[in-house]
Structure formats: C-alpha cells, structure tokens
Design a protein around this ligand. Sequence first.
Ligand SMILES: Nc1ncnc2c1ncn2[C@@H]1O[C@H](COP(=O)(O)OP(=O)(O)O)[C@@H](O)[C@H]1O
Ligand SMILES: [Mg+2]
Ligand SMILES: [Zn+2]
Length: 508
Amino acid sequence: MSYARVLCVGLLGMTGHVIEVEADLSPGLPAVVLTGLPDTALHEARDRVRAAVVNSGQTWPNRRITVNLLPAALPKHGSAFDLAIAAATLAGAGELPGAALDGVVVLGELGLDGAVRPVRGVLPMVAAAAAAGLREVIVPLGNAREATVVPGVTVRAVDSLRRLVGFVRRAEPLLEPPPPEELPRPAGPDLADVAGQELGRYGLEVAAAGGHHMALFGAPGAGKTMLAERLPTILPELDDAAALEVTALQSIAGVLPPDGSLVRRPPFQAPHHTASAAALVGGGSGLARPGALSLAHRGVLFLDEAAEIATATLQALRQPLETGRVVLARARGTTEYPARVQLVLAANPCPCASPAGDQHCTCPGPVRRRYLARLSGPLLDRIDIRLTLAPLTAAQLTTPAGPATSSAEVATRVATARVAAARRWKTEGWRVNADVPGPVLRRAPWRLPTTDTALLRQSLDKGLLSARGFDRVLRLAWTIADLDGRDRPGRAEVSEAIQLRMGESHAR
Ligand SMILES: Nc1ncnc2c1ncn2[C@@H]1O[C@H](COP(=O)(O)OP(=O)(O)O)[C@@H](O)[C@H]1O
Ligand SMILES: [Mg+2]
Ligand SMILES: [Zn+2]
C-alpha cells in the first residue's frame, strides 16, 4: 500500500471545510509535490514536515511523494495541515497503520524538531468538522481548550509528532484537554466611577438598550473616554450563536487565551486614531487576520479622538459599517469576516481642545466647522445618539450628590428593555430598535399620534433636524419607552429622545 488519506480542515473566512490530505508514494526520484491550491505558507510545509519526521526518529520515505489536498478547487492557507501531511505520508509509506486515523480530523503545525505548535482558527475548524458529522479531532495541546467548546466532539491533544506516532502505532494515549479554568472576573471599569454627566450616562443606557450608535463630543477631560469604555459593562451577555462567532474570530486572530473558553462578554475594541486601515479591517498573509472591526463583532467599536482619524481610514470604515462585514481582497479570491458592531465615537469639538469648554475656544469659525464635518458622511450619518458633555465642575467631581448607579443596576434595566424590544420586533426579524428602518416607525401600526410628536415636527420644520434625524429620534423614543416600561412612546419620551439627538450642532 503506497497511498493514505488523513482528514484536516481548511478555513475560508469563518467557514471551515473538511479537507482530505492524500499522500501517494511512487518509485522515482525522491521529491515532494504538493497539489491542490496551497498558498506559499503551505508550500513551506514540505520542508517542515520532512525535518519533523526525521527529528522524531522516523524514516523519511525516499520516494516520489505526491501530497494532494482535496477538494482541489478550495484555496488553502496556513500551517494547520502539517500534522495531517506528516501522518498521511508516514501511513502511505507503510510506516504507520493508516486505519487508526479513519474519520479523525488532525490539526496542527509542526516545528522542525517535531513539536506540534498551536495554530489560529482551531475553534471554527472543529465546528466545521462537527457540522460535517465527524466526531473525533486531534489538535495541538495549546488549542485543546478552545476545541472543547464545540459540543459533540471528542478532543484529544498532541504536543509532538512522536506522540501521534505512538498513538497510531501502539495505541498509546494522547493528551487530555486541560480542564476549564474558573478565573475570577477582574474588577473592570464600572459606571459607578463616573461622577455627574447625567445626560451622558443616560445616553449610554439608551445606546445599550436600543443598540444605537453613539457620538460623544465635549471638552477634554469631561469623561467621554470613561463613558465609552463602560458601554460593554451594561450590555447583555452574548447568546450561544454570537458567543461562538466572537470566540471563533478571536481564535482566527490568535488572540484567544490558550485556556480560554467561550467568550460571553461583548467585545470592546478601541483602535488608536492613528491605526492603519489594515489594522482596522484586517489582512496579512496566510490565514487572514481579522482586524479591530471584526474583533468588535457583536460588541463595541470605540473610535476615540475620531476627528483625528485619517480620511483614508474613514473611507475604509464606511463599507463595513454599512454592510456588517469586512471583505478582504486576497491573492486567490476574497476572505470575508463579520463586523456587526455598535459604534461609539468621541471627539473634541475643535482642534484647540480647550479644557474649559467652548467659551474659551480660540479656533476660527471655519476651522471649527470643518473639524467635525469630515466625520459626517462616513460616520455621523449613521449615529442615533449625539451628545455634548459639559466640562465637570470641581464640585461635581469632589462632592458627588450620592453614589452613582453601578453598571450592574443599569445592566438589569437594559436587559429588561431589550426583551421588550425583541418581543415587539420578533416577527419582523429585528432584535433591537436600532435595526428598525425609519419608514416603518412612520407607518401604522407604529405611527405615533401627532399630539405626541408635535415637538419633533416643529424641529423638522424649523430645520433643526433632518428627515433622517426625525427617524432617529423616533427610534430613540421607542428605546426610551422600553426603558420606562411603556408599550409605546408618549410626548415625554419623544422630548427626551430629541435631547439625545441634538447634542451637537453638526448632528442634524
Ligand atoms: N465624569 C467623571 N467622573 C469621574 N472622573 C472623571 C470624569 N470625567 C473625567 N474624569 C477624570 O478625568 C480623566 C480623563 O477623562 P476622559 O474620560 O479621558 O475624558 P475625555 O475623554 O472627555 O477627554 C479620567 O481618567 C478621570 O480620572
Ligand atoms: Mg478621551
Ligand atoms: Zn477650539
């Protein structure tokens, strides 16, 4: 027998495909030929695998070896195929009984010394194996914890090719995945830390409850960054599907802690305003890395000092924010990652950033107007809540009226409001009020009585609000009603919504 087959998984974006690694050995000049659309990183597998086999005390077959990856049409990236290639080659040479790996998915990169190294993307790979009806996987020890997150799959781990050989040849046991570790949740930031800024805190609560994008303006030191960083602390935990997506993205990016389990908290990403477009959207050779936009998927993308972001970077954000996904151009085809984020943006009102607030601003009028106008098209147009925070007074900071409400308390109200909204929109397929198109809210049965929207209509007629702004206020009013436990917004909710919308003159 000079042929063997071992299963592996390749990733295209988030989607895994079961790959058959075939090895065929024929007489002829010793050589290794790799076929089936491998990328350059995978071509290097030939040399790695050979060295690993020899350094594991095995005999490298001195024959012509053809390694084929099926289905051939599917592009293959990265180094996760090494271990399967080594196993298929040794089995094809008759060095190993091939049957021991029948129906088993084998994942892992090999070091030249025969050590098995962790790879990125093991979670979505194992999920794909499970979806294809496969029930057994062998993964690098460093990826074993994340692999066990997938239900219905037996996970065994290896730290070296030698161990895999011992298992296949002599049924020696493999390694068990380390047990889950109950790490104490570190005491993170909490809304209780934020003094004053009642409107800002309220805006944050409404943003969390309705899934609304939010912009915070105001003088430096007012607490914009502080507030934004606390949004994840009042958002509900991720449901199973979202948790799996978020964990998979972190696995592909290589940022999942090795002992990490399913990520349940909404992620928070705050790329610096000088971050490159590539860092935001993702890329790189081999298996493309998700960028900050995708790592914030199902969570919060915080763009601090947003007015300082380069125009090219703003342009790169536009499409993903609109579509909820990032499409990366690759040498062979494209890679796609999800990027449904809740956007929070913070900016000083002008370049001089006078800490004392607008009265002391030294910027000429046109400079001031242009500063935020750049954000309008790509970002601001999509944002429901826009607030300008007033500078804190010493009294507010040093002698607060009482202990501020904690994140836990606000999170409870947010969760209740979200349930109400989800129930209302269930048949339409929307989860949060931010998903609901404006025209829907202007039609029966959701249209509000004109007596309740009088103030809103006046704002539109006076040019204080645009038609889009009108719809955004309606959406916010529904979220405020959900927080108030009312089944539809009344005059008071509409008026509060206007306040959350008119915080900045650029915000029409
Ligand atoms: N509302 C507030 N309550 C308590 N501390 C605050 C508040 N606002 C600002 N601070 C203090 O000032 C620092 C700077 O706040 P920050 O959120 O970075 O302001 P901004 O982003 O508006 O410039 C914070 O780290 C905090 O120590
Ligand atoms: Mg700041
Ligand atoms: Zn200024």
